[in-house]
Design a protein around this ligand. Structure first.
Ligand SMILES: C[S@@+](CC[C@H](N)C(=O)[O-])C[C@H]1O[C@@H](n2cnc3c(N)ncnc32)[C@H](O)[C@@H]1O
Length: 258
């Protein structure tokens, strides 16, 4: 059994009930291919943050209370979300997706490996009364994101915000986000601005001396079709001594075509 910290899906493998049982009988492959009965047969938790109902099955997915400030920031800023499309490349139980829907995003494209998390996300969508037609949930690796978006049948794509919420680093998702932006731009002559919402764990030294922002912009700028402007750095919570979970908001806009 992998340990939680090195598990890509950040699943809590070592929870033991002090009293009674968390789960009823489960099918053989319940971690990766849970059945409908499995979903019905486990303990579900529910909480309301910023007026948004969230669900999770604590034996199978993580839940972090500490992101509440960041969810609020999504509700209060990022005017580009309203009426436009959003991509959540690490959607989990919908920490951020549910906030985008509350902000009246038109379409949310959600990618998440853990089927327990996407089940939780779907429960959240229903319970908050959001339009399930506008949430496109893919229980799979986000490496497929561009193809899925291309085949979604949505002709007038208006992706204006892409969330990259994976710790310790979301770097693997950056080229995927860039390919989506590039595809969208290839569909029209308009110059769109897209916000990247990049989560990373960063040592305080790199925050103080500016190298975190510098290195992030440098790495993204390998794709030189775009300008990348860092517009806000949010310290979300401490992850370890001297290590902060931060979110860097970056505006991406196309360089003028010659
Ligand atoms: C920090 S958690 C995300 C928290 C999330 N915002 C939520 O609401 O739970 C990161 C999530 O990314 C998922 N993940 C990791 N690598 C992935 C990948 N390549 N494609 C899709 N999902 C991935 C994990 O399963 C995990 O649920």
């Amino acid at each position: 059994m992998p340990i939680t910290e090195s598990d890509t899906m950040r699943r809590p493998f070592h929870l033991y009930p002090l009293y009674g049982k968390f789960n009823g009988e489960l099918s053989k492959n319940y971690w990766l291919q849970p059945t409908h009965e499995d979903f019905e047969n486990v303990l579900w938790c529910h909480t309301v943050q910023n007026g948004i109902h969230q669900y999770w099955a604590p034996m199978f997915t993580m839940f972090s209370r500490g992101n509440i400030k960041e969810k609020k920031r999504i509700l209060d800023t990022f005017e580009e979300i309203e009426g436009n499309d959003v991509v959540d490349l690490y959607a989990g139980i919908g920490y951020f997706t549910l906030s985008y829907l509350k902000r009246n995003a038109r379409n949310c494209f959600c990618f998440e490996l853990n089927p327990w998390s996407t089940q939780a996300l779907k429960r959240g969508v229903t319970s908050n009364g959001f339009n399930s037609q506008s949430v496109h949930v893919y229980t799979e690796n986000n490496i497929n994101a561009l193809e899925r978006i291309k085949n979604s049948g949505i002709k007038d794509l208006r992706i204006r915000h892409i969330n990259l919420g994976l710790l310790p680093s979301s770097k693997d998702g950056w080229p995927i986000a860039q390919s989506i932006i590039h595809y969208q731009d290839s569909l029209s002559d308009e110059n769109h601005k897209v916000t990247l919402h990049i989560h990373e764990n960063v040592h305080t030294n790199q925050l103080h001396d500016g190298t975190f922002i510098e290195n992030t912009i440098g790495r993204l700028s390998v794709d030189n079709r775009y300008n990348y402007d860092a517009i806000h750095l949010e310290r979300i919570k401490t992850f370890a001594p001297d290590v902060w979970h931060v979110c860097l908001d970056i505006y991406v806009h196309q360089k003028l075509k010659n």
